[in-house]
Design a protein. Structure first.
Length: 146
């Protein structure tokens, strides 16, 4: 059986979460350095797009989340998979809480919700970017297997 088939078989039968699986995969079979460098650069670019969301009216964040979904399979089983999941969750939860804040602006509590959502999104962008700078995967909770 080829080395790739063995790695695929191990990955499919491995009960570990994506972060642990990524670390083990990196230990067993070194990935192409150019590919990892490219994915790291892309992840930095996506954090920059998310950080620009306040200056672009959210358009840059929309572009970033679309790229996250398109490239998600490319980062699977790498240290950047957790960053992509983190970015996607930040976008959707930020959108939900931003929408709740906007909808409740009439009763004035919306401004506080909107502000809190903005601070939370900024915190997640900064935390994720710092983890990426330190070349660490984020501790993202995994969804239960169905």
């Amino acid at each position: 059986m080829s080395r790739a088939a063995v790695l695929w078989s191990d990955a499919m039968n491995d009960p570990l979460d994506d972060n642990e699986r990524a670390v083990r995969t990196l230990q067993r079979a070194p990935l192409d350095e150019q590919r990892l460098r490219s994915l790291r650069t892309l992840t930095h670019l996506l954090y920059a797009l998310y950080a620009l969301l306040w200056f672009t009216g959210g358009v840059s964040a929309l572009i970033a989340v679309i790229v996250n979904y398109i490239k998600r399979d490319d980062v699977a089983h790498t240290p950047y998979a957790a960053h992509f999941a983190w970015q996607i969750r930040t976008f959707w939860w930020g959108l939900v809480w931003g929408g709740v804040g906007f909808a409740t602006m009439v009763i004035m509590i919306g401004f506080a919700i909107w502000f809190a959502a903005g601070v939370w999104v900024l915190y997640r962008i900064i935390k994720g970017w710092l983890y990426l700078n330190d070349n660490k995967p984020l501790p993202v909770r995994q969804r239960a297997a169905v």
